[in-house]
Design a protein around this ligand. Structure first.
Ligand code: NAD
Ligand code: UDP
Length: 339
């Protein structure tokens, strides 16, 4: 069976993908510098699957470290999760974001070329659609204007992949545009463990519910949406991880560059999330309505038809599943991986 290198694979999406790849019979190698993660996540993946993962502590910008990994393992495909992803922090520290995110991509592509590895899947984001495109987003729409440096790093890295693939037609590239991943593995053993104050909605909700934070602020209730709060395409991280397995199956059989939205196609509002979380879990999430957050779009959701058509992938989990599994993880790990 093929071997897949997960760059940044100890993180939230990477650890869930490692588990699904192992369950599908792939061999998994993970490289991460733990900038926003813990090796404990991978230990738990090994426990859950009963299979080993070869784990490297390495910075993906470090060409020499990558060279060693490619020399020591016969890698068939790479999934590039490694990157910094906090939108607010990227506004405050743009150079750190451009340096880290873009250099990881350049170093990976350079060392893949040197090692003759021809398949790469990249963690992109719905944020590249920008504000001008109408929802639902389809992959043929042009990339738009991003509202923060994090988004621009994704947009620029997509361009880098397109240029690299044009220059080397033997290189196969899949750009996966994720919508809003939430939830956790149903065991509650792995999940999202943000450092510091969470930027994203669901970790904030679970930390309020578990008593780590006082109160959730819902950013804006005067948007042109049915209940006045923003609409997003929340996707269960296990569905998302299974999308990566389908993308690996596909890239090992096809050349060229493809872009896929990974979302459910169904928008929910911030209020829907809070109400569903409270109903499914029987816990209160104290919340207030506040000002809009700069850069937020009223609505972002996918047309997910292409992934169904070409990858045979569609989401299976409901919003109730997402809220239940997020809580199950947080309840069992109130301090994340730091016990
Ligand atoms: P995460 O922070 O949990 O995972 C990213 C991993 O990359 C972390 O383990 C981090 O330690 C590692 N990393 C960062 N810089 C590194 C470097 N220079 N060298 C080695 N490792 C490095 O985030 P995630 O939610 O799992 O996201 C994975 C990818 O998906 C990221 O590229 C992110 O931008 C992208 N993405 C995430 C979302 C989301 O909402 N979670 C949405 C769209 C796209
Ligand atoms: N949100 C909120 N309060 C928070 C965090 C997020 O109301 O503390 C809202 C945010 O305005 C957006 C939605 O939740 O409408 C999802 O935000 P998140 O940061 O999780 O993802 P984004 O879509 O911005 O990438």
């Amino acid at each position: 069976m093929a071997t897949v290198l997960l760059a940044g694979g100890a993180g939230y999406i990477g650890s869930h993908t490692a588990l699904e790849l192992l369950n599908a019979g792939y061999e998994v190698v993970v490289a991460d510098n733990y900038a926003n993660s813990s090796p404990e996540a991978i230990r738990r993946v090994e426990k859950l699957t009963g299979k080993p993962v070869k784990l490297y502590e390495a910075d993906i910008r470090d060409n020499a470290a990558l060279r060693r990994i490619f020399a020591e393992n016969r890698i068939d495909a790479v999934i590039h999760f490694a990157g910094l992803k906090a939108v607010g922090e990227s506004v405050a520290k743009p150079l750190m974001y451009y340096r880290n995110n873009i250099d990881t991509t350049l170093s990976l592509l350079e060392e893949m070329a040197a090692a003759g590895v021809k398949n790469i899947i990249f963690s992109s984001s719905a944020t590249v659609y920008g504000e001008a495109n109408p929802v639902p987003y389809t992959e043929t729409m042009p990339r738009g204007t991003c509202s923060n440096p994090y988004g621009w790093t994704k947009s620029m890295m997509e361009q880098i992949f397109e240029d690299a693939q044009k220059a080397d037609p033997a290189l196969s590239v899949i750009l996966l545009r994720y919508f809003n991943p939430i939830g956790a593995h149903e065991s509650g053993m792995i999940g999202e463990d943000p450092q510091g104050i969470p930027n994203n909605l669901m970790p904030y909700v679970t930390q309020v519910a578990v008593g780590r934070r006082e109160c959730l602020t819902i950013f804006g209730k005067d948007y042109p949406t049915p209940d006045g709060t923003c609409l997003r395409d929340y996707i269960h991280v296990v569905d998302l991880a299974k999308g990566h397995v389908k993308a690996i199956d596909y890239i090992l059989q096809h050349d060229g560059l493809e872009i896929f939205n990974l979302g459910t196609g169904t928008p929910y509002s911030v209020t829907d999330i809070v109400e569903t979380f409270q109903r499914v879990n029987g816990v209160e999430v104290k919340h207030v309505y506040g000002e809009r957050r700069a850069g937020d779009l009223p609505a972002s959701y996918a047309n997910a038809d292409k992934a169904l058509r070409l990858l045979g992938w569609k989401t299976e989990k409901t919003l109730d599943d997402m809220c239940r599994d997020s809580w199950n993880w947080q309840r069992q790990n109130p301090n994340g991986y730091r016990e």
